[in-house]
Ligand binder design. Structure first.
Ligand code: CO
Length: 294
């Protein structure tokens, strides 16, 4: 009898939860800087696929923050991608009242700060438009994230990299915002875990010059190059692996280190997709209800 009543109570709550869910149309907005390069597409497609698998009944809407890239896509490829404002407008039009916005940035740097400002501005201009706008934070937010990112990354190159070969990652970096200090910590943690793994950035303070002397000193003969960015776009193809004199590949070759390019964005690595998904699921950062709870 006792079992029956607890079963009934459980059933009641299940039904209630299902009804509450159906009554709260929700949506996911994935926000990336954006890219117009074909080589970058697979990483964003892989993320799209992972989200649609994890949220089969929820609309997944994309937005790019870069005005230049959206204009370029519209002009050259006749492709319309939403801005953050347009994506929120689309949610409103579809009657979505609870949104999970996921930043696909790597660090909580300048681009992520701007995304927050865009959402807050939208909410100020459209009061009451949504019940909830939960913000999923970038890839690297906690020590747990960092551990998982490094493990996923090293596992993903295991077959491509032979013993004694270096792994060289190109992060983005930025003089403004906290990206540089986050990426410096990634570089140190990665290097402590794998003494032939290095990370430097294309912009900001952690330049290639900060790792080149140690690379030369290590005596490695070959290096696997990979972007530490969500997509393998312009920086990966040109600044990292390109033929120009000042690309990292050219500088390494000049130093007697042969290179192999692994032009795969972080978004293509399943373990990385799982971290973004965890951030989307676990966030309590509701920009529509910014109350301090403790
Ligand atoms: Co850039």
């Amino acid at each position: 009898m006792r079992h029956l009543s607890s079963l009934l109570i459980a059933l009641f709550f299940f039904t209630f939860a299902a009804l509450a869910n159906a009554a709260t149309p929700s949506g996911i907005v994935l926000v990336a800087f954006g890219t117009s390069m074909e080589s970058a597409k697979p990483s964003l497609d892989a993320i799209d696929k992972a989200y649609k698998k994890a949220y089969p009944d929820t609309p997944v809407i994309w937005a790019y923050t870069s005005d230049i890239i959206r204009a370029k896509l519209a002009k050259e490829q006749n492709q319309k991608v939403f801005s953050v404002k347009e994506a929120l407008d689309a949610c409103k039009k579809q009657g979505i009242v609870s949104i999970r916005v996921q930043s696909l940035h790597v660090t909580g740097g300048e681009e992520f700060n701007m995304l927050q400002r865009m959402i807050v501005r939208y909410l100020n201009k459209n009061p009451g438009a949504f019940d909830h706008v939960y913000l999923g934070h970038p890839l690297l937010e906690s020590s747990k994230d960092l551990d998982e990112v490094i493990s996923a990354l090293l596992a993903s190159v295991k077959e491509k990299r032979k013993a004694g070969e270096a792994l060289i990652l190109m992060g983005h970096g930025n003089d403004r915002g906290p990206s540089d200090i986050t990426l410096a910590h990634v570089a140190d943690t990665l290097h402590a875990k794998d003494s032939l793994a290095f990370l430097a950035t294309v912009e900001g303070a952690n330049t290639f010059d900060t790792i080149l002397p140690e690379l030369k000193k290590s005596g490695v003969k070959k290096a696997l190059l990979m972007p530490f960015m969500v997509v393998a776009g312009d920086h990966a193809n040109n600044d990292l692996a390109g033929d120009e004199d000042d690309s990292w590949a050219s500088q390494l070759k000049k130093s007697g280190i042969s290179v192999e390019a692994n032009l795969i964005g972080l978004g293509s690595v399943p373990g990385i997709q799982q971290i973004y998904l965890r951030h989307t699921k676990d966030t309590h950062d509701d920009l529509a209800n910014p109350t301090k709870k403790d």
